[in-house]
Write a protein of this length. Structure first.
Ligand SMILES: *[C@@H]1O[C@H](CO)[C@@H](O)[C@H](O)[C@H]1NC(C)=O
Ligand SMILES: *[C@@H]1O[C@H](CO)[C@@H](O)[C@H](O)[C@H]1NC(C)=O
Ligand SMILES: *[C@@H]1O[C@H](CO)[C@@H](O)[C@H](O)[C@H]1NC(C)=O
Ligand SMILES: *[C@@H]1O[C@H](CO)[C@@H](O)[C@H](O)[C@H]1NC(C)=O
Ligand SMILES: *[C@@H]1O[C@H](CO)[C@@H](O)[C@H](O)[C@H]1NC(C)=O
Ligand SMILES: *[C@@H]1O[C@H](CO)[C@@H](O)[C@H](O)[C@H]1NC(C)=O
Ligand SMILES: *[C@@H]1O[C@H](CO)[C@@H](O)[C@H](O)[C@H]1NC(C)=O
Ligand SMILES: *[C@@H]1O[C@H](CO)[C@@H](O)[C@H](O)[C@H]1NC(C)=O
Ligand SMILES: *[C@@H]1O[C@H](CO)[C@@H](O)[C@H](O)[C@H]1NC(C)=O
Length: 389
């Protein structure tokens, strides 16, 4: 979706909840550094520049060996981002490495190597960092497959977005039962979503768009009641949208655009209160048929509604005019007939309205003239009469 138009203003994944955690571990890291520094001063003597005992101080823990394996698999580190990664430096001072507490200075809990132009494969040895909570390798050039992370029971944030990872999403990933953020956006992944994804019962943020994922959206996804953000856009998913997705109590973003989904809009989206839903992007699928006349009544807090290119027929529901906070509405490239609902005059915050390439007829309602925020209005390729008010 990035770059392809819609105002995807949802909160980006950040180590949000980890905020506290990150803060605490920064302090831990500082303390560790101070302890190690004073150790160095004591054991090597002030003024000793090249201290040969360094490596023995820091030893070679399992985590250190695992990270050295990871470094070995990196084929190109053109910016020398990992030059601090050697046995002569305490593990916790390696770039991007955060350790837990001063008592266990060699247990790694975070690995943050975002956007460092690293390329090569991701060594399976990362799967041995069993205390890891945050793993962020996003915006690099990693290739090859996602290694097994099934032993990372503490992992709650996994971000591999914007790499060139291939192969399937391993089902073993669903063993990381603490995962809250799973971000694999923009890679070259194929195959189906892990059948057992429902086992990730703590998941809040699921972002798997921009790959070549196929098959259906697994029904077990709808069992993850904490989900707030689901983006599976720009894949090749087929089948219907599971109705239960519309029953997730805290769902705020549902982006399934540019897939091969069919079978209409899930009933739950117009039958049940959707007060948490802010962004609904279903454009460029084959959802088809008509929209129910009360579509909009349950979407009271929606800000973005994108349904373009879906073979929708029939009338545009007047109830869409009840979504008072709507900012962006795109129904273009469908087969809607009849008039533009005059209820659209109630959409006082609307700034983007795209109805082009339908079979709409009649006069353009004068009420549109009262929409003060409307800056983008597309009505071409219909049978509309009269001028833009
Ligand atoms: C480091 O690991 C090697 C084997 O990889 C082992 O022989 C050596 O004793 C270890 N050193 C320390 C200080 O643990
Ligand atoms: C990681 O653990 C596996 C066993 O689970 C072991 O075979 C492998 O040697 C370990 N790698 C490192 C770098 O510790
Ligand atoms: C990545 O790093 C480059 C410079 O090294 C910077 O220009 C760019 O904005 C960064 N991108 C992100 C997404 O942080
Ligand atoms: C290493 O990566 C940099 C950019 O990240 C690229 O310019 C360079 O050609 C690469 N070197 C090799 C040997 O692939
Ligand atoms: C999944 O995690 C459990 C511990 O919670 C472990 O006993 C089990 O072996 C793991 N399964 C796989 C396939 O790694
Ligand atoms: C998906 O597959 C098509 C070929 O079927 C290819 O052209 C495209 O680059 C692939 N996209 C991704 C993100 O892998
Ligand atoms: C959802 O969870 C319930 C109980 O936790 C289980 O019985 C059911 O099979 C799950 N549904 C799916 C589709 O996985
Ligand atoms: C939904 O969000 C509310 C408010 O943040 C929270 O109290 C509640 O536990 C959440 N429900 C689920 C199922 O995550
Ligand atoms: C929908 O649910 C929200 C929160 O649970 C509640 O505040 C609101 O009144 C409900 N709206 C309707 C129309 O039932």
């Amino acid at each position: 979706m990035e770059g392809s138009g819609p105002p995807f203003r949802a909160i980006r994944p950040s180590k949000g909840k980890g905020g506290v955690l990150t803060c605490a571990s920064q302090t831990a890291r500082l303390t560790t550094t101070l302890v190690l520094l004073s150790l160095l001063l004591v054991s090597c003597g002030v003024g000793s520049i090249r201290c040969s005992s360094m490596t023995t101080i820091h030893g070679n823990s399992t985590d250190m060996m695992s990270l050295l394996d990871f470094k070995r698999a990196i084929a190109n580190d053109s910016r020398q981002a990992l030059r601090s990664w050697h046995v002569g430096l305490p593990l916790c001072r390696w770039k991007g490495v955060v350790c837990s507490d001063p008592k266990h200075p060699d247990l790694v809990i975070e690995l943050n190597l975002m956007n460092l132009s690293l390329s090569g494969t991701i060594s399976p040895s990362l799967g041995n960092l069993t205390f890891l909570r945050i793993l962020d390798l996003s915006s690099n050039g990693f290739t090859g497959q996602i290694p097994p992370f099934n032993r990372l029971q503490r992992l709650d944030y996994l971000n591999l977005r914007h790499n060139s990872l291939q192969g399937i999403i391993p089902d073993t990933l669903t063993n990381c039962s603490n995962l809250q953020w799973l971000v694999l956006y923009y890679n070259l992944l194929i195959g189906e979503l892990p059948r057992g994804i429902g086992r990730l019962s703590n998941l809040v943020w699921l972002e798997l768009g921009g790959n070549n994922l196929t098959e259906e959206i697994p029904p077990s996804l709808t069992n993850i009641s904490h989900l707030e953000y689901i983006s599976l856009a720009d894949n090749k998913l087929a089948g219907t949208i599971p109705d239960e997705l519309g029953k997730l109590p805290n769902l705020s973003v549902l982006a399934l655009d540019s897939n091969r989904l069919s079978g209409g809009i899930p009933e739950a989206l117009y039958k049940y209160n959707q007060s948490s839903l802010q962004i609904l992007q279903l454009g460029s699928n084959m959802l088809g048929k008509t929209l129910p006349s009360n579509f909009g009544d349950t979407l009271q807090n929606l800000e973005v509604l994108i349904l373009y290119e879906n073979n929708f027929e029939g009338h545009i529901p007047a109830a869409l005019g009840n979504i008072s906070g709507l900012d962006w509405l795109d129904l273009s490239f469908n087969n809607f007939v009849g008039q533009v609902p005059s209820s659209f005059g109630n959409l006082g915050l609307l700034h983007h309205l795209d109805l082009q390439q339908n079979n709409l007829s009649g006069f353009i309602p004068g009420e549109l003239g009262g929409l003060q925020h409307l800056t983008n209005l597309y009505l071409s390729d219909n049978n509309l009469e009269g001028g833009v008010p």
